[in-house]
Design a protein around this ligand. Structure first.
Ligand code: PAF
Length: 274
């Protein structure tokens, strides 16, 4: 596997290469990322993985400086799975003091309401990376459901010739979705963290059992989390296709949640087809 850190070198390496499948990441790779890389392999001859902790998608009081950076371990994990590993510096991706940005739809909804500017940062870096790598296929995890929606919108609305594929969430045995941020949890918080998924499962069950008062389900789920010491940003039932409030009778839904345990903000979601 080749490790490349500049745009010029990457362009040189990929010139004339057909069938590029791309997995953008912020590194600190876990099984969830490696599954995305395996999906990419099924869709392309040349698998490119990027690792870049994107400052543009972190708010002023967020964890940009403490976000785990484990480049060597990441390289080792990708050996034999990816063909090209792109790890640019901040200066390489953002050489100008004033960055052109992309404002995607729903940027201020759901997680966007609690992380102002986050999806602008995501959309901007993903568009830059797509322009640099020029993949035919790109794979993103469904765990970041709103991010996947935003990336699909960017690709579709800006007419990018890339197919976006969503990879299923990989979970620990207690249901906790794998995330680089799980390592911030204390031992006690880690024990509690599986409850987020349990709450999603019981909310889904209520929906499958015919409960249609979604506002009440959202409220009950948030109260259950709060009672156990979580600080809830939101629990929301939305339409899968639009991430908007579902029309009555809508069948393809998703329950999305974001809540904090101590200092750690966790997100998760569960699709429900009624
Ligand atoms: O999901 C992530 O790791 C990041 O948000 C992404 C898509 C690599 C953009 O920085």
């Amino acid at each position: 596997m080749q490790i490349i850190s500049t745009v010029a070198e990457l362009r040189q390496r990929l010139r004339g290469v057909a069938g590029i499948a791309f997995v953008p990441t912020m590194g600190n790779l876990h099984q969830g990322h490696l599954d995305l890389v395996r999906i990419a392999r099924q869709h392309g001859q040349c698998v490119v993985v990027s690792i870049f902790v994107n400052p543009l998608q972190f708010g002023a009081n967020e964890d940009f400086s403490k976000y785990p950076r484990t480049l060597q371990a990441d390289c080792d994990k990708l050996e034999g799975l990816a063909d090209v590993f792109f790890a640019p510096t901040e200066r390489e991706l953002y050489p100008q003091p004033q960055q052109v940005t992309v404002e995607p739809p729903l940027a201020n909804e759901l997680c966007g309401a609690f992380r102002p500017g986050h999806f602008r940062g995501v959309a901007t870096v993903v568009l830059k990376l797509f322009n640099i790598v020029q993949p035919q296929v790109a794979v993103f995890g469904k765990k970041d459901y709103q991010q996947l929606y935003v990336v699909r919108q960017v690709a579709a609305q800006l007419n990018l010739p890339v197919e976006i594929i969503g990879g299923e969430t990989v979970r620990a045995p207690d249901g906790l979705a794998l995330s680089s941020r799980n390592q911030y949890l204390s031992a006690a918080e880690r024990t509690e963290a599986g409850f987020l998924y349990q709450m999603l499962v019981s909310t889904r069950q209520a929906m499958l059992d015919g409960v249609t008062d979604y506002a009440k389900l959202e409220r009950q789920a948030a109260e259950a989390l709060t009672a156990r010491g979580w600080q809830v940003d939101y629990v929301a039932v939305r339409a899968q296709a639009t991430l908007m409030q579902p029309e009555s009778g809508a069948r393809d839904l998703v329950i999305l949640a974001a809540a904090r345990l101590g200092q750690t903000r966790l997100i998760d979601n569960l699709e429900v087809c009624i």
